[in-house]
Design a protein around this ligand. Structure first.
Ligand SMILES: C[S@@+](CC[C@H](N)C(=O)[O-])C[C@H]1O[C@@H](n2cnc3c(N)ncnc32)[C@H](O)[C@@H]1O
Length: 275
């Protein structure tokens, strides 16, 4: 079990999907061979949680895929299978569960999904796919610099493509703005740096550290191309604007946040009176 609940991951999934640029996926498809039944594209998702990265990527990647979802929380991995099965069925796909694996046949992709419950701190326990894809979403700010460098070296040895998404970089805009925002934000950013089991966490430096770690392992003739790709991926996409999102996720987030927010406001008001 980890500090991440399936409910929380479910609440953020629609927002994460809206926040993700699709251009890195388009770019990625130019560099990896699409999977076929004879040679499925092998994909490892590190810190997969309840599987939202798969649900974002699988239809966009297309072809035949073989996913391994890696996480140390077996409850989340179980949720990843049930949620993905329901998601696939809702898209009109055939989705069959057999023990701890899932097979999906959709109009736009097909995949086999299996799970690996393991502590990622020991990265050696995770086999990376040869010439496949290594991906992670919302993971990098938890890890340490050394861990990230090891990952970069292992990816290079496996000659795997890498897609790392949803890394917090410190840009936060509270809406509506409150006088306490700078304090809360400073506390949040400090908490980001606490050890989450991997050593001192990279927190808001993670995206930059990843750029350096992955550029450093490249042969010099490829660096220019990679730098161009990294910069393009960092540019906000037009679909990144979350305003005006009145979808299911927003309503549910509102419902979940409202009671807690009221309590927080009460505490702040009491605190002001006491001062
Ligand atoms: C912020 S969540 C992101 C989950 C998922 N990738 C997503 O985008 O919804 C971070 C995930 O990393 C996993 N995680 C954290 N530390 C881990 C560790 N030491 N070993 C394996 N998984 C870990 C958590 O269980 C959680 O599922």
């Amino acid at each position: 079990m980890s500090g991440f609940s399936a409910e929380w991951l479910d609440l953020r999934e629609p927002f994460d999907a809206r926040a993700r640029a699709t251009s890195p996926v388009t770019e990625l498809k130019r560099h990896v061979t699409a999977g076929s039944s004879a040679a499925p594209l092998a994909i490892v998702d590190l810190g997969a949680g309840a599987g939202s990265n798969l649900r974002f990527l699988a239809p966009r990647l297309g072809g035949v895929q073989r996913w391994r979802l890696v996480d140390h929380d077996s409850r989340l991995l179980e949720a990843s299978l049930t949620t993905t099965q329901a998601w696939a069925a809702a898209r009109g796909a055939e989705a069959r569960r057999s023990g701890s694996s899932l097979t999906i046949r959709a109009a736009d992709f097909a995949c086999e999904v299996e799970c690996q419950a393991v502590d990622l701190v020991d990265l050696a326990a995770v086999e990376l796919p040869e010439r496949g894809l290594v991906t992670a979403a919302a993971l990098l700010d938890l890890v340490s610099h050394d861990w990230l460098e090891t990952l970069a070296r292992r990816c290079r040895t496996a000659r795997a493509a890498v897609l790392l998404a949803l890394t917090y970089d410190g840009r936060t805009t509270p809406k509506p703005a409150e006088p306490e925002d700078p304090v809360v934000l400073a506390m949040f950013n400090r908490h980001q740096l606490f050890d989450k089991g991997f050593g001192p966490a990279l927190g808001l430096r993670a995206a930059e550290a990843a750029e350096t770690a992955f550029l450093d392992i490249l042969p010099s003739e490829l660096r220019g191309t990679m730098e161009a790709l990294v910069i393009r991926a960092r540019t906000p996409s037009p679909d990144r604007d979350l305003r005006g999102d009145h979808q299911r996720g927003e309503q549910r987030a509102e419902d979940a946040i409202a009671p807690r927010e009221a309590k927080l406001r009460e505490r702040i008001a009491r605190h002001r009176i006491q001062q």
